[in-house]
Design a protein around this ligand. Structure first.
Ligand code: P5A
Length: 463
């Protein structure tokens, strides 16, 4: 993309309404525009990041064997009357009435709707296990929407629902989700720690929240610092292997890590003092096992092996896709702006032309642009007639992981400059070598099948 043809309304001043750094930087980088309290438009740059996050979520869900679909945002109230949640949900639910005087609502979550779909089409235990998910906008009329997309009223969520014959099978689905979430967050450059939490209006006894540690987080958390040493990495996992998934859950949840809702001071005090940590965190996901709560209330049964109707065991599992954009920025920025991890960067690199109009510089930038694009990479070429300082400031603000700087002086020696946004380190190298290096970096940043898709350009069609 050439910057002169793009729409990226960067703000010079710090917006007064933004209280935390991610909100401020998203506004300044022209990623979002608030339309009403807690309701945002995603401008092109923000939309690109949202799509990249969404894509990682899809890839990891499908890898775990979960099946994508799409349910509507508006739901009939009658389904929620069946589960008893229409009254229980309270003022967070946005209720609307259609022209036929039917009660509707803008879905805050989809347990009822998916249970209705399940009971309409699945009748035998032989069709289990089944996990369906979608990524869809939700609405919760939060009393205090704040911090930009972190606590929105309208927000984008991946929500998945498992249906199993037994509690044991459903707990495997729970563990499978935990594993897939660990992979998902790490691909976004985040450490999200599973912590024992409270199940709130979703229900059930087994639940973990995934928290990214950050001073601006809304949750107070208590943990053994040893949990921060755990990483999932690129270890091989067989999602059908019950023992393997249970082993990962054990590894990642056996140390003390809890939100304030479930905090137990006596247990906490058993941790050696130097490892006891009290901090704040951003909740980027939550998994639940709630057994037959919805299936019993809504008559979602299957014919069991003994021929008798059996209510299915269920769980639901959510990732805050739009919140993640803010969470990643909270975890990765400096005083100049955002520092995108490679996995979610809106463009793979920036090209800064130090002397627009100089024949050699213009030609070198065009060649770089074409070579990168041919490899399936997306550069953002700052081809504006601006001074170098302004171009650097914009690149630093929007946080592309790599910048190639092209100027007549370097070109006389056959080199351009490649700079890492994270370390600030630069090296001079021939333009072709810079292209090769960036391609290699991104090959390493994505799993093999993602790289294949980038090559076939389905990557671009999708976002
Ligand atoms: C699990 C999926 C659920 O709703 N039902 C379907 C279950 N869980 S949850 O914890 O309530 O939400 C899942 C994730 O959504 C994000 N989230 C939000 N993001 C932005 N603004 C909000 N107001 C908001 N509320 C929830 C969180 O990341 C949460 O973990």
């Amino acid at each position: 993309m050439r910057l002169t043809r793009y729409f990226m309304p960067v703000l010079r001043e710090n917006p007064a309404e933004a209280q935390i750094v991610s909100h401020r930087l998203m506004l300044r980088a022209g990623m979002i525009k608030q339309n009403a309290a807690g309701i945002y438009s995603w401008l092109p740059l923000g939309f690109k990041v949202l799509r990249k996050i969404e894509r990682i979520v899809h890839e990891e869900q499908m890898r775990a064997g979960h099946i994508p679909m799409l349910m509507p945002t508006l739901q009939p109230a009658d389904l929620w009357r069946e589960s008893g949640r229409y009254d229980a949900y309270g003022p967070e639910m946005l209720r609307v009435r259609d022209r036929q005087d039917r009660d509707m609502l803008y879905g805050p979550t989809n347990e009822e709707m998916i249970t209705d779909i399940f009971r309409s089409h699945v009748g035998s235990y032989k069709d289990l296990p089944l996990t369906l998910y979608h990524i869809q906008w939700k609405f919760r009329d939060e009393i205090r929407p704040r911090f930009g997309v972190m606590r929105g009223r309208e927000f984008y969520m991946k929500d998945g629902y498992n249906f199993d014959l037994t509690k044991e099978d459903a707990l495997h689905a729970y563990n499978r989700h935990l594993v897939s979430y660990l992979r998902t967050y790490e691909r976004m450059g985040l450490q999200a720690i599973p912590m024992r939490a409270d199940s709130g209006p979703i229900g059930g006894d087994d639940t973990h929240e995934f928290l990214v540690l950050a001073e601006t987080g809304e949750s107070e958390v208590f943990y053994d610092s040893a949990v921060t040493d755990l990483t999932f990495g690129d270890r091989a996992i067989d999602y059908d292997n019950v023992a393997q998934c249970a082993g990962v859950l054990e590894e990642f949840t056996s140390k003390y890590a809890r939100t304030d809702e479930t905090h137990d001071e006596a247990l906490f005090n058993q941790i050696p003092e130097e490892r006891r940590k009290v901090a704040r965190g951003i909740e980027v996901g939550q998994i639940f096992y709630f057994g037959t709560k919805y299936s019993e209330a809504m008559g979602a049964t299957v014919q069991g092996p003994d021929g008798k109707p059996t209510p299915v065991h269920m769980g639901s599992h959510g990732i805050g896709v739009s919140r993640l954009v803010g969470a990643i920025i909270e975890a990765s920025h400096d005083d100049k702006g955002i520092i995108w991890p490679e996995g979610v960067a809106p463009f793979h690199c920036g090209i800064v032309n130090l002397k627009q109009g100089d024949a050699a510089a213009d030609a070198a930038c065009d060649t770089l642009y074409t070579s990168l694009t041919a490899l399936g990479l997306e550069p953002l070429y700052d081809d504006r007639n601006e001074r170098a300082g302004g171009k650097f400031a914009t690149m630093d603000l929007i946080g592309l992981p790599w910048r190639i700087t092209v100027g007549p002086r370097g070109l006389k020696n056959g080199v351009v400059e490649l700079t890492s946004r994270r370390t600030g380190e630069s090296e001079e190298l021939p333009p072709e070598a810079a292209v090769k290096k960036i391609a290699e970096i991104y090959r390493g940043a994505h799993p093999a099948e993602h790289v294949e898709m980038m090559k076939t350009r389905s990557f671009h069609t999708y976002i």
